[in-house]
Write a protein that binds this ligand. Structure first.
Ligand code: C2O
Ligand code: CU
Length: 899
């Protein structure tokens, strides 16, 4: 139950009431005492001692003692009383003698007489002293000499030697209770010793005793009076209060000692208002738990007193209207709650899946040559509006030659392709764009201004540095790249192109700058894999949308971005009609951060036939495939066994961020296949595909280690780093025609898809590690990749707390190439560095080609003799016997800038 303010107050009152009922104890020191002497009218009020019992002369002495009980609250119940007297002297032969207390029945005085010696005699009385015959000297007498007291003893104790004695009989309780109840009758006790034998008087310390601890004390234990009771407050709330507190709060006091459980308070009914404005009759205790606001006892629902509270009402098209909850439901909206506003609530798009047919990107048309052969292209980077879902308004996107994703470039192994990339981004008026469409975060390294800079990288392409889309070599709207040469001297594979502008790659790719580049060859063609209509590239990306349909992306750099919808080839959750047969699907994860674990909703297995950069040795049957940003999976799905109309969803189960708890951050749908009547696609898959020769670790000249981790950053809070170094810090200079092993040591909590330009690599293995004294220390075996990952790759999943090793041969081109995490938010800040391939180390260990000089010849000879990597003019790499032709070759290469 939700506690109201009143309930809480009541609870506190109850607690206080309970505390007041706890027993009290007071210890009182005598306020008056005296001794009366049978043999004289002496008194001993000022003496240190009092006497009780018969002296050796045969005279009786009696002590009187009285306590002030005002420290016990009126109305208290006395539960125990204990008198303590300290015996200061006794006749050593007198032995134990009973000493008893008798309630005194008349008032008496303690004057100033006495004060001498042992106090055994007292002294002649002064005014107000009590004596054997006087209550107050001189005029007021006891009714009977020796004092007026109750004949029955209230308590008796045996007093023997010197020391402390207690009287605590139950009979004392009524005496003390009477004195508490009626202080005017409190005359104390007469203390009587043994009055039948001589020489047995006992002497006790009086209240004048110099040792305070010996003075007579009375300890009273009592239960204080009950003063609280149930108080019925407004709304039927019951609180334990005193009568005064209760009336002060306007309550009705139910009497001292009455309880709140069960509540004696009537629960009054009044109008209870729901935030939507509906009204119902309820008591206050029923109203607030039901989410209402009670209008007070006796208030009525007719006429309806309840204001209808409004809030943000979200519609499926991400628009918002301020309505009451009832109105919102009637409009088919989702009410964000009373008191919310459209200014603060972000209404999400609610899109129906599988209503748009999957688009297939067109084939790029060259300026010269033919698609699929040697050709030259002009690819214009363009801004246009596309409908990314049936129910979305047009979305402004960036693509190539008027389309997002860009058209597919068809290439043939060995047939070079040339592409001139033109930045033709224009605004609505057709003017060249001055500013980016998305906010540019200046915290990110290299972001600079918000100019829409671009540069295009062929991801997976083995190309010269001058054509690689070096991230700093960006060009503005109205500018273009030099013609980029793609030699296509690599095995067939699913390569793709995308923007790589330093500082804004994530924004440019998010806007749509990506497309496929497929390299084929005759050997692959001869395999008879599904082709033509049965071969479909799938660019899988996630996106979010603003209410106006525009792409939604955070203004400030964030560690990750995860979109709400999965877009395949430019449509949200499309469907694809498939014929009954096999389809080759070239899946590309083109998202900025999201990992996908793709599977089929009917649980059917399928085959993976290729990795990032080519075919596997043989098809591998899988239940699913996990691809991280930048990775590709070439798969064949067989729809041959299904009946017409069968619907199968391509599902995603990867959490975001990845890895993570199952279900967290998952967008479960990707696209849907709908099986048609017709048959199509080849019926069989070849048993083997292509040889994938393994790179041997033993051939590696250099092993390098890369620590992947997150650090703090003054501008953005955090930054992702590789070995704590930046883009400009070049520390890896692989020599051309050598093999290296790179170990990615992931000391962070998320996976990083590590990508290297220029090279194709193989995954060697993965190994658990722990940090021991700041050093990554392997803690498990090296686990080789599964067969479906054992092909050529350029991007590898590096999971947390694992060392992922890849092996690559650096060949072909000299220059600086990027390597980076392909989570674009990571790449941008600042998980991107560069290596520089070198073919030459000068004698001073520098790597830039020097001016031709004799010393370099000497160095060359030394290195030559040492068998250092060297490409002979006949293309072989083994150190040849020194011969004149090699000198000629050296000179040629040297002149070409590669000594
Ligand atoms: Cu696909 Cu350097 O990236
Ligand atoms: Cu990363």
């Amino acid at each position: 139950m939700r506690r109201t303010g009143q309930n809480i107050a009541a609870a506190l009152v109850v607690a206080c009431g309970a505390a007041a009922a706890v027993a009290g104890t007071v210890t009182l020191t005598a306020v008056r005492d005296n001794t009366v002497f049978q043999e004289s009218l002496n008194s001993a009020g000022a003496d240190d001692n009092v006497f009780a019992g018969m002296t050796s002369q045969g005279d009786i002495r009696r002590a009187l003692v009285r306590f002030d009980l005002s420290g016990v609250p009126a109305g208290s119940m006395v539960t125990a009383a204990e008198l303590r007297l300290y015996c200061t002297r006794t006749n050593s032969s007198s032995g134990a003698r009973s000493v008893s207390l008798h309630r005194l029945l008349a008032d008496w005085g303690e004057g100033t007489s006495g004060g001498g010696g042992q106090g055994g005699e007292g002294a002649p009385p002064t005014a107000g002293c009590s004596t054997w015959v006087h209550r107050f000297y001189t005029g007021q007498l006891w009714a009977a000499p020796g004092g007026d007291f109750a004949p029955g003893a209230s308590a008796t104790a045996l007093v023997n030697a010197e020391g402390s004695y207690e009287w605590e009989a139950a009979g004392m309780v009524p005496d003390v209770q009477a004195w508490v109840d009626s202080p005017a009758g409190n005359f104390g006790w007469m203390v009587r010793g043994d009055e039948a034998a001589s020489g047995v008087a006992k002497r006790f310390a009086s209240r004048e005793a110099s040792q305070a601890a010996r003075r007579p004390t009375l300890t009273v234990t009592f239960t204080p009076p009950a003063t609280t009771g149930a108080c019925c407050l407004a709304g039927g709330v019951c609180a334990l209060l005193t009568a005064g507190e209760c009336t002060g709060q306007g309550g009705a006091f139910q009497g001292v000692g009455t309880a709140c459980a069960p509540s004696p308070c009537p629960s009054p009914v009044g109008a209870c208002c729901h935030p939507e404005g509906t009204c119902f009759a309820a008591s206050s205790t029923e109203c607030s738990p039901a989410g209402g606001v009670w209008q007070g006892a006796g208030t009525l629902c007719s006429p309806n007193p309840c204001p209808a509270l409004t809030g943000a009402c979200c519609y499926a098209n991400a628009t918002c209207q301020t309505l009451t909850g009832v109105q919102c439901a009637a409009q088919g909206g989702t009410f964000a709650g009373a008191g919310t506003t459209c200014a603060t609530v972000e209404c999400p798009w609610v899109l129906v899946p599988f209503v748009d047919s999957l688009p297939r990107p067109g084939v790029a048309q060259p300026d010269t040559g033919l698609p699929g052969g040697a050709a030259a292209y002009t690819m214009r980077i363009t801004e246009q509006s596309q409908r990314l879902h049936r129910d979305l308004p047009l979305t402004r996107v960036w693509g190539f030659n008027g389309g997002y994703p860009g058209p597919t470039i068809e290439a043939w192994r060995g047939a070079p392709v040339e592409v001139t990339w033109v930045n033709d981004l224009r605004d609505e008026q057709g003017a060249l764009r001055q500013h980016h469409v998305l906010p540019v975060d200046p915290c990110v390294h290299g972001a600079g201004t918000d100019a829409p800079r671009t540069v295009v990288h062929l991801h997976g392409g083995h190309v010269p540095m001058s054509s690689d889309g070096y991230p700093e070599w960006t060009f503005l709207p109205g500018q273009q790249s030099p013609p980029y040469t793609y030699p296509n001297t690599q095995p067939p594979g699913t390569v793709w192109y995308h923007d790589h502008a330093i500082g804004i790659t994530r924004l440019n790719v998010y806007m749509g700058m990506a497309g496929f580049y497929l390299i084929r060859d005759a050997a692959e063609q001869a395999l008879g894999l599904p082709s033509g209509a049965y071969e479909v590239p799938l660019a899988i990306q996630d996106r979010s949308f603003n209410a106006d349909g525009s792409l939604k992306y955070p203004a400030m750099w964030m560690e990750h971005f995860f979109g709400d919808f999965v877009v395949v080839n430019g449509k949200v959750w499309p469907y694809m009609e498939v014929r009954r047969g096999k389809y080759r699907l070239r899946m590309l994860n083109g998202s900025t951060s999201r990992t996908y674990t793709l599977g089929l909703s009917n649980g059917a297995p399928f085959h993976q036939i290729g990795t990032d950069l080519g075919l596997l040795g043989a098809p591998v049957q899988v239940q699913g495939v996990t691809i991280q940003p930048g990775e590709r999976a070439d798969v064949v799905i067989d729809f041959g066994g299904y009946t017409v109309g069968t619907e199968i969803i391509l599902t995603n189960s990867a959490p975001a961020p990845y890895p993570g708890a199952p279900g967290v951050g998952v967008v479960p749908d990707v696209m849907k296949f709908i099986v048609q009547e017709e048959t199509g696609g080849p019926s069989t898959l070849p048993a083997t595909l292509t040889p994938v020769p393994r790179l041997e670790e033993a051939d590696a000249a250099v092993h390098r280690e890369f620590m992947l981790h997150k650090m703090s950053d003054p501008c953005t809070g955090s930054v992702w780093m590789i070995n704590g170094l930046m883009w400009g810090d070049i520390t890896e200079r692989p020599r051309l025609d050598t093999t290296e092993v790179w170990s990615f040591v992931n000391a962070s909590g998320v996976s990083h898809p590590m990508h290297m330009h220029l090279v194709q690599f193989q995954v060697l293995d993965r190994q658990d590690f722990q940090m021991v004294g700041g050093v990554p220390t392997p803690s498990g075996p090296r686990v080789p990749p599964p067969p479906e990952e054992a092909g050529w790759k350029d991007t590898v999943r590096c999971d947390p707390q694992e060392i992922t090793r890849v092996i690559a041969r650096f060949e072909g081109y000299l220059g600086k190439y990027a390597y980076h995490c392909h989570i674009l938010e990571h790449e941008e800040h600042a998980m991107m560095r560069q290596f520089e391939t070198t073919c030459y180390a000068n004698c001073d260990a520098s790597v830039t080609p020097p001016a031709l000089n004799v010393a370099d010849f000497g160095c060359f000879l030394t290195e030559y003799a040492a068998g250092n990597p060297y490409a002979n003019c006949d293309g072989s790499t083994a150190p040849p016997a020194l011969n004149v032709a090699d000198f000629g070759c050296f000179l040629t290469k040297y002149a070409a800038g590669c000594p």
